[in-house]
Design a protein around this ligand. Sequence first.
Ligand SMILES: CC(C)(COP(=O)(O)OP(=O)(O)OC[C@H]1O[C@@H](n2cnc3c(N)ncnc32)[C@H](O)[C@@H]1OP(=O)(O)O)[C@@H](O)C(=O)NCCC(=O)NCCS
Length: 198
Amino acid sequence: MMRAMTLVEREDGLRIVRVHDPDDAAPYRASFAGAYQDIFSGPPYFERFYASEALGILDGFLRTPDHVTLLVLRGDARVVAFGVGVPLLSRPDIARSLRGLVPPRHVFYLAELGVQDAFRGRGLGKQLVDLRLHLVDTQRYTHALLRTTASRKGAYEMYMHMGFEDMGVYMEVPARRVDGTVTTDRRLFLSKVLAGGA
Ligand SMILES: CC(C)(COP(=O)(O)OP(=O)(O)OC[C@H]1O[C@@H](n2cnc3c(N)ncnc32)[C@H](O)[C@@H]1OP(=O)(O)O)[C@@H](O)C(=O)NCCC(=O)NCCS
């Protein structure tokens, strides 16, 4: 068993921790689920997740070899933001849609990023991207990849400023929306060559 490790103590009192396994994550599970539901129910995704689904997603990441799961905590256990990365090979659906475009075994996929509304605009989103890129083993992974909304507001600009490139490839992602409908939305793939590789 490893203990959640504090990576950053921010000046605003927020703490960024890395959780490795279900024991590490136990104190934060309920709050993670709430944050996940809350963040994705708003723009640009308007997705509805049940708490059980959010927990299932977290558990899936924690079981994935080489995952990087970061939580931003306020106080002891309130999750206000999260960032998760996993090897692309753990996401065969996504790897398949990029066949021939990236070397799947050497791609690290930035799977989730979310910051609660009240905590946006103070650098957490960017910091969670930077930290994950920093923690990737660049001997094994040469590229970072992610999928973001094609609406090109907010996150897209953030990633462009951080050196990601638009691959010109998109995917229609089906999701249950807060109004109860199931619809697709278009997400673009962005990639970045990791420094230090080869
Ligand atoms: C996208 C998201 C993670 C950004 O988080 P954040 O903590 O606000 O981001 P940061 O404070 O690090 O800001 C990063 C950049 O985004 C932009 N930005 C952040 N907040 C903004 C706001 N309220 N209005 C306009 N631009 C904003 C800024 O351009 C900033 O760049 P800068 O370094 O040039 O100032 C957050 O808005 C979010 O969780 N959105 C909903 C879920 C989502 O879209 N996730 C990404 C999926 S890939």
